[in-house]
Write a protein that binds this ligand. Structure first.
Ligand SMILES: [Zn+2]
Length: 199
């Protein structure tokens, strides 16, 4: 990931990152391309929230692309933070790793990767102009929706996120959460479900 994005992660969530602030290495290295900045930002936002409010001693040790999707390895998590990370991993299967736009998981000569139409031939190490502001806005919203999902569905959250929903045009919440406007749609769906439970 480009240093400008990693720098932002270190400034906002440095206390969560294993090597930050030590003599070994001041910046945490994310082994994925910059298009996933928003997803990583969302994941760290969620973990930070659990760390602060639920007193979990979370430390992130590795952030990488694995089998085409985003994997975040950390210690000190519990079932809820693990489920939140599982949902982020699912969402990453629909976000172009190069630019942060909507993408699809594809097999490129044996390598699985998520790419949009424009970057289907781009390898993840190639630097691509990606909108930091757009990804930051998406990441912030995504963190808040996933916290809501886990709050509402608990240990069933990941199962709910991979279930197609009529209210989302037959798509799964995990697919729809790949864009900022999609996060709004899932937010509306959650509040409707919440209302119907309370009725
Ligand atoms: Zn792209």
């Amino acid at each position: 990931m480009d240093s400008v994005y990693e720098g932002q992660l270190a400034v906002d969530y440095g206390s969560l990152l294993d090597t930050y602030g030590t003599s070994r290495n001041d910046t945490f290295a994310c082994q994925c391309a910059s298009g996933w900045f928003g997803l990583v930002y969302a994941a760290l936002g969620i973990l930070n929230s659990y760390k602060k409010h639920r007193d979990q001693k979370i430390i992130v040790v590795q952030i990488k692309e694995k089998f085409g999707k985003l994997r975040i390895y950390c210690g000190g998590t519990n079932a809820f933070s693990e489920i939140a990370l599982e949902i982020i991993e699912m969402v990453s299967g629909h976000v172009c790793e190069c630019c942060g736009a909507e993408g699809e998981l594809a097999n490129d000569r044996g390598w699985l990767n998520v790419r949009c139409g424009e970057h289907h031939l781009t390898t993840s190490i190639q630097s691509v102009e990606a909108s930091k502001l757009m990804m930051l806005a998406h990441g912030r919203k995504l963190a808040s929706v996933i916290l809501d999902i886990v709050c509402q569905f608990g240990v069933q959250s990941a199962a709910w996120a991979r279930l197609p929903a009529t209210a989302l045009g037959g798509l799964t919440p995990a697919e729809v959460l790949s864009t900022e406007s999609g996060c709004d749609k899932v937010m509306v769906l959650l509040s409707r479900l919440n209302d119907s439970v309370l009725d």
